[in-house]
Write a protein that binds this ligand. Structure first.
Ligand code: IPE
Ligand code: IPE
Ligand code: MG
Length: 264
């Protein structure tokens, strides 16, 4: 179901929103397309990079909010394969900001026991970014309760084609024999360790997927908000979760045969 946020929660305080949330049916895995940094900056007469900087402040707040609520899995789209088509100067600044962010946040990951899991074509990132990404991934690898997956130089179609090629190689080597099932195929995706997202949020008014997690979102609830990513904070996170809790996830079944909301 595609839905835009229509509820008017403006009279409610953050604590009101929090008290309306049913903690027993929170999503297990939330994915976010963090969009609108450039427009946020342009509207303020600032360079696009100012939007990316503010976007990282928003990311920090949203990571902490999900961590506080006990949502174990958060996957964010930080840089797509298609984003390589942007001006070199913007790409270089984005990579620099990513390195800075990881440097500043590594202590939070340790404090909150969050695993940092990069996915995408990490080998295409600049060497210093790769090094930083790998270092933080390695030092947080042992945390199992919470995972922040960050998609970097990621493309959903490329991920599927890579998985097909790896699978063919395993079949040719005799490591795998047919038939190829969905669950076997999923083991070749970069998200093999993760269940599919329950909720996908996209900020800044665009209602498209932009090549993110194409396989994984087959039954994910989609939530589109006009709020640009740099303005998406704790309150917006709570509103998105309340909207999610109003959905009925049917997975092809009939309403009358569902035993409980949001159950699989
Ligand atoms: C999202 O914001 C960040 C990245 C894609 C890296 P944008 O940079 O796409 O901002 P808009 O969509 O142009 O406003
Ligand atoms: C999607 O945003 C990619 C990320 C948020 C990293 P874009 O701004 O690149 O997407 P399009 O070009 O509007 O589809
Ligand atoms: Mg954009």
């Amino acid at each position: 179901m595609i839905s835009r946020s229509r509820e008017n929660f403006s009279e409610l305080t953050d604590n009101d929103l929090l008290s309306q949330l049913d903690h027993s049916v929170l999503p297990h895995h939330v994915a976010i397309i963090m969009d609108g940094n450039g427009r946020w900056a342009s509207h303020r007469g600032l360079p696009r990079i100012a939007g990316h900087k503010e976007g990282l402040i928003a990311l920090r707040e949203v990571v902490n909010t999900f961590s506080d609520l006990g949502v174990p899995l958060l996957t964010v789209y930080a840089f797509s394969q298609e984003n390589w088509k942007r001006p070199k100067a913007e790409i270089a600044l984005l990579m620099m900001l990513l390195e800075e962010f990881l440097d500043q946040e590594r202590h939070t990951f340790h404090e909150r026991k969050i695993r940092f899991l990069p996915i995408g074509q990490i080998h295409t990132l600049p060497p210093s970014t790769q090094k930083q990404v790998q270092a933080v991934a390695d030092e947080t690898r042992h945390f199992t309760d919470r995972t922040l997956t960050v998609a970097l130089s990621y493309g959903g179609r490329c991920e599927i084609v890579d998985a097909v090629n790896d699978l063919i190689e395993d079949v040719q080597r005799g490591n795998v024999s047919g038939p190829i099932t969905e669950s076997l195929f999923e083991q070749y995706l970069t998200t093999a360790a993760l269940p599919d997202p329950d909720l996908l949020i996209r900020t800044s008014g665009e209602a498209r997927i932009s090549n993110f997690l194409l396989w994984q979102i087959a039954y994910t609830e989609l939530y589109f908000t006009n709020t640009p990513w740099p303005d998406f904070r704790r309150r917006d996170t709570l509103v998105a979760l309340l909207n999610y809790q109003k959905r009925e996830r049917r997975f092809g079944r009939l309403s009358s045969t569902l035993s409980h909301q949001n159950g699989l």
